[in-house]
Design a protein around this ligand. Sequence first.
Ligand SMILES: [Zn+2]
Length: 286
Amino acid sequence: MPELPEVETIARQLRVSVVDRTISDFESRWVRLTEPEPAEVVAARLRGRRISDVRRRGKFVVFDLDGGEALVVSLRMTGKLLYEVADVDERYVRGEIRFVDGTAMRFSDTRKFGRMAVIDAATLDGNGEFRRPRMPLHASLGQEPLARGFTVAWLRALLRRRPRAAIKVLLLDQRAIAGIGNIYAIEALWRARIHPLRKAGSLRAGEIARLHEAIRWALRKGIRLGGASPSDYVDARGNKGRMQREFQVYARAGEPCPRCGRAIVRTVVGGRGTFYCPRCQRAPRA
Ligand SMILES: [Zn+2]
C-alpha cells in the first residue's frame, strides 16, 4: 500500500510529465471510481482544464487545476497512475485522463479500492483541526511529517492529547499525522527503540525526540530510494522502488535485529502485521 514516500515519488514524476498539459477527456471504466459523483460529472469538471501543479497531501496525489479546483487520487491498496507507460494490462485500467496533445495518464488498480474526486483545492490545506464528523478524509488530514510544522514540540503535544492510544496506532491515524502507513511506522519505531504497543502518554522526552527523528529518517530514506515495493507498488513510469531492500525489521520475522542480533518478532497491532525487536523495543508492563 503506497505511503508518503511512494506517493511523493509518483507526484514528483508526474509533475515533470503532466504540468501544463490540458485535459481533453476523462473516461471511467469502474462505476465506483468517482463515487459518490457520477463519472460524467467528474469528466465535465475536468474537460478543458490545465494542470498547474502535481503534489502530494498525506497519501493522496493532488493535481491542481487552473481555477482553484484539484483532482485528488487515492491509490489505496494497488492503484497506479501511469503516464504514457507501454504494455499496461488493460484488464486493470479503471480510468483514463487524455490530454489535448494526444498523450494519456491511466489509472490501473487490480483491487479496485482506489478513488478519484474533483474538489476545492483549499480543503486540503487544513491540519485536521477543523474536522467535523463524516468529513471526507482528504478534507481532514493532519500534520505533514516532513513539513516545517512537524517539530518535536508539536509531536509531544499530539502525544499528550492522545495519551491512551498505542503509539503505532496513533502514527497511522491520518487525521493526526498524514502520510505514515504500516511500513514506515514499523521502521521508525524500531529506529527510535520504542515498542509499538507503548501508550503515547508514556513516552519520555528523549523517546519523543528519537521518534521525531526516526519518522523523518525513515520517510526521507524511502523517498531517496524511490519508495518500497514489497509486493506490487510501481511508480508513474512503471518501475519498482528500492526501499524494500533496506527494511530493518519490516517483513523480517525470525531474522536477526540489525542493531542487537535478537530475532525480530511479528505481532498484530490495531489489526496490522507489526514487526519489532523484543530486546531493543521493550514491551510496556502489562
Ligand atoms: Zn534489537
